[in-house]
Design a protein around this ligand. Sequence first.
Ligand code: ADP
Length: 168
Amino acid sequence: MGNVAVYPGSFDPVTNGHMDIIERGLGVFDKIIVTIGLNPNKKTLFSVEERISMIRESVGDNPRVEVNSFSGLLVDYVEKSEAHCILRGLRAMSDFEYEFQLALINRRLNRKIETVFLMTGASWFYCNSGIVKEAAGLGGSVKGMVPDIVLKKLKEKFPDMNGKTPEI
Ligand code: ADP
């Protein structure tokens, strides 16, 4: 099926910044496979099943978005899928160095697969899963930074989380 991209990440949890990349990616690609990289050494707040179901619920019923997980080398996963592109989002300069390294090593590992970057939407420049978890864990509100289902799940994990909309 046409032009397919794999959008990999940890999505622990999915944020509105990730959702923005998915939505805008759909303007460029016919289909996006959002996939969670399984890393047994990395401690996560949400299980892979929870992360998949939060992404699925946030995306809604869209046949152009598939959500799943993979283990092993990303390029091997992409090669076996119907895609030939890796989609990544770029925020600040701090993302750039890491993303650049990752894109180059993936290219070295498999030259048939290209990495395509979309710049973050201005509203999501500061938004990342780590900051969301830290703020929520300390009782701050992350309303407006994550989809509603994620807000609900964060409240279950952190009952002290403030429900007010922060003034930005
Ligand atoms: P993070 O923990 O940094 O949110 P992930 O591994 O889940 O990271 O991110 C997957 C991809 O989504 C990466 O390419 C990352 O740069 C991108 N991404 C994460 N947050 C945003 C955002 N707010 N805007 C644009 N891209 C983002």
